[in-house]
Design a protein around this ligand. Structure first.
Ligand SMILES: [Fe+2]
Length: 362
């Protein structure tokens, strides 16, 4: 395969591994491929550039094997689902990712092998609960956990600055100092850094205690990302904005939360709540199962089905359930907007329900 000058093999790697950032923009999408065997992985594709990625793959004769999302993005629409539909390549994300069509759920330490190279999954939560970094050969793709001379914000979408500090200092800084750092974003025109450089000169982390980092991150006072309403909930739900009127952040924040243990207690009470599962049918019967008696109405169908099917439950308590407890917040806020006054969300969804070893049916 003829490679142009930009398609250099990864530095320090003898094998013919191709590595390239495909957007030349603030939002980074990476391509990793085996030059000799022709299989490729795309990481963090943007929705508006899917056709460009297909063109790049076709031009260079690469077959897309896998699409990986480093986390659920709040500032742009992900192209992962669309790219997957067009190529058949599965989408892989951390198991905490809320979206319904992720085919491979990843765990810390898992190795993704494509031809003659592998990506090691490092669970690096903090920016979001589903944030991962990918370690390949001499480089690490850090998503929005560690940026070049910065860090991704941790003040919305389930972020946690303390967790992020631990991810950076214990997981990423444990890599060799020479490891190249490629983040999912850069706003100042940088393309890469190294672990050693970030250890000594990252202005948010270097020389700062965990406590001081949390204090700093909780007081950044940044405005919410532009277009968050058009990006975050569609990425979490894989539902197009045109097809769904999503609740506002204030509406989402006002949803009452109930732990799985709290839900289990309610189920046993005299006036048991209606359990409303808003996942897709294949998830309802899938690996995480469902709670006995839970009624299934997928989120995408909820606005049109709620009035007719849930009218008898208007005065009753409704507990909304999904995979990670994210789509269900959207569903709960939609129901509240339709006049259901006693709706709450099961925090952590079926993931936490299973982790608490509470009973499921499949
Ligand atoms: Fe992000």
């Amino acid at each position: 395969m003829a490679l142009c000058q930009e398609w250099l093999p990864a530095q320090g790697v003898e094998r013919d591994m191709i590595f390239r950032e495909l957007n030349n923009a603030k939002c980074k999408t990476y391509l990793l491929a085996s030059g000799s065997m022709g299989r490729a992985v795309i990481i963090d594709p943007l929705k508006e550039r899917v056709e460009r990625y297909l063109g790049v793959l076709a031009y260079h004769g690469l077959k897309l094997e896998l699409i990986v999302g480093t986390h659920t993005h709040a500032d742009h629409r992900s192209g992962a689902h669309e790219l997957s539909e067009l190529t058949g390549a599965p989408v892989a994300m951390h198991r905490r990712a809320p979206a319904p069509h992720v085919r491979m759920h990843l765990e810390d330490g898992q190795r993704l092998i494509v031809d003659d190279f592998e990506l090691k999954v490092l669970y690096t939560p903090g920016h979001t609960p589903d944030s991962i970094s990918l370690y390949a050969e001499d480089r690490v793709l850090t998503g929005d956990c560690l940026l070049i001379h910065g860090t991704g914000r941790a003040d919305f979408a389930g972020g946690d600055a303390g967790e992020q500090y631990d991810s950076i200092t214990r997981k990423l800084f444990a890599l060799p100092d020479s490891t190249l750092v490629y983040p999912a974003h850069d706003y100042r025109g940088h393309t890469r850094s190294t672990i050693g450089e970030e250890k000594t000169s990252n202005p948010r982390v270097a020389g700062r205690s965990r406590e001081a980092y949390v204090e700093l991150m909780n007081n950044l006072g940044l405005p919410l990302p532009e277009g968050i309403q058009e990006a975050l909930q569609p990425n979490q739900t894989e539902i197009e904005t045109a097809a769904m009127h999503f609740p506002t952040l204030a509406q989402l924040n006002s949803v009452r939360q109930l732990s799985p243990a709290g839900v289990a207690e309610r189920i046993g009470a005299a006036a048991a709540p209606l359990l409303l599962d808003v996942r897709e049918p294949d998830e309802y019967t899938g690996e995480l199962g469902h709670i006995a008696g839970a009624r299934l109405i997928p989120l995408r169908e909820l606005p049109e089905r709620a009035a007719a099917e849930l009218a008898p439950f208007k005065e009753k308590e409704i507990v909304v359930i999904c995979r990670a407890g994210v789509r269900s917040v959207t569903a709960a806020a939609i129901l509240a907007g339709l006049g259901f006054d006693h709706v709450c969300n099961m925090k952590g969804g079926m993931l936490d329900w299973n982790d608490a070893r509470l009973p499921v049916e499949r």
